[in-house]
Design a protein around this ligand. Structure first.
Ligand code: BGC
Length: 414
């Protein structure tokens, strides 16, 4: 173990990747609640975003050259079900091509079924406030998983088909093994129903409970439906985890304890029978007393790598494999990103050493993208996007991450 300790080697088969979400990168999505809110002047316009809908192959080429072996992306519900009950199979075929493009490059897909944005028809019915939300959401999930699993794989024109291996994989374990039903349910509920800064712009503590309960049921029902179609699939959520700090002041103690229980663990404990892994999104700590002198990201968020160790150790109680499904920094100058990644990976490695079953790490994000209410200003990408020309340029920190991915260790990067 001492050898491992010095070289900080990660377990065999560890997944190294990056993450994105549909509305943040694809472009051209006009029929969801965010696009409607943009037309109403309440949030920034995403417009063509990074045009990844058309440029996914170029982006996946970059991920491959950067030594990665996995990739997390999301499917846009509004594309698949533009009107209630009317499903668009052409969009399924689009995402099938996206998945095959990942397989062609040796990137294991992690597919998020819902990353914050709702089809307009669903938002109009009250979204996740509606008690029928679990029915609508799980029906959508069932459709996507069923289609991507069941429909025949395309054949290459002209023999031999270069996707024979993918075909075998699809038969054995499905084109997608790892499904994330819901991204950061508590962030969604907090931003949309407590802070009121994201659609549906409410500040209503009663509704927030209802929304969270409906999201829990939505996940649990979707989990069971997906498992019926694909028993070997691995299903979880991407859970936002914050490292809350308090001191002897009883108010700070109560705040931190409440937020840890409600924000970090309520959802996870209510889906514990229906999850095969835990996806962890960790960005920062929240300190409920004074201000500590942490370095900050361009978002003004405190940088506290040890926090990821703290949240991981508290997740051991669920006895599930863990994937870090997001961790990243807005850093336009690319001055802090490489250190941010290495420091967080150091603490992740330490958590593995101390008994956490962590199996992968996805940096947020592969490319700069639409950062919700902050528009395009924050730069989270390993790859810079020029929003005038849509050109991609690999940042220096990406090469440092590449060394880690390729050596499966921190050794060559210290
Ligand atoms: C979300 C992403 C977001 C990132 C940075 C996470 O909360 O899943 O959509 O861009 O954090 O703010």
């Amino acid at each position: 173990m001492d050898g491992l300790r010095n070289e900080k080697i990660f377990p065999g088969g560890f997944l190294w990747g990056t993450a994105t979400s549909s509305y943040q990168v694809e472009g051209g999505i006009e029929n969801n609640d965010w696009a409607q809110a943009a037309r109403d002047g309440r949030v920034p316009v995403a417009g063509r975003a990074c045009d990844q809908y058309n440029r996914y192959e170029e982006d996946f080429d970059i991920a491959k050259t950067l030594g990665q072996n996995a990739h997390r992306f999301s499917i846009e519900w509004a594309r698949i079900e533009p009107e209630e009950g009317r499903f668009n199979n052409d969009e399924i075929e689009h995402y099938r091509k996206v998945l095959i493009a990942l397989w062609d490059r040796g990137l294991e897909p992690f597919v998020t079924l819902w990353h914050f944005t709702l089809p307009i028809w669903f938002a109009k019915m009250g979204g996740f406030e509606n008690k029928k939300a679990p029915f609508y959401f799980s029906r959508y999930c069932e459709y996507v998983v069923g289609r991507l699993q069941g429909a025949p794989l395309h054949t290459c024109k002209g023999a031999p088909c270069k996707h024979k291996d993918v075909g075998r994989l699809v038969r054995n374990r499905g084109l997608v093994k790892f499904w994330i039903t819901i991204n950061e349910p508590m962030v969604y509920a907090g931003q949309g129903y407590v802070q009121g800064v994201w659609p549906p712009f409410k500040k209503n503590f009663i509704k927030v409970w209802r929304v969270v309960d409906n999201l829990i049921t939505s996940h649990n029902v979707a989990y069971q439906k997906i498992k019926k179609i694909l028993p070997t699939s691995q299903i979880g959520i991407a859970a936002d985890q914050v490292d809350y700090h308090y001191n002897r002041n009883p108010i700070s103690f109560c705040q931190a304890k409440f937020m840890d229980r409600f924000g970090n663990h309520r959802f996870l404990s209510h889906i514990s029978k229906f999850q095969d892994f835990i996806g962890v999104n960790y960005y920062r700590p929240i300190i409920y007393y004074g201000r500590l002198a942490f370095e900050k990201s361009d978002m003004g968020w405190d940088i506290y790598p040890e926090g990821i160790y703290n949240v991981l150790m508290r997740l051991k109680r669920y006895r599930k494999p863990i994937y870090i499904t997001e961790n990243g920094i807005a850093d336009a100058a690319d001055a802090k990103r490489a250190k941010y990644i290495k420091d967080h990976l150091h603490w992740i490695w330490q958590a593995i050493h101390d008994g956490c079953d962590i199996r992968g790490y996805f940096y947020w994000s592969l490319i700069d993208n639409f950062e919700w209410a902050h528009s395009f200003a924050p730069r989270f990408g390993l790859v810079e996007v020029n929003y005038d020309t849509l050109e991609r340029e690999i940042r220096q920190s990406a090469y440092e991450y590449k060394r880690i991915c390729e050596s499966n260790s921190l050794a060559s990067s210290i």
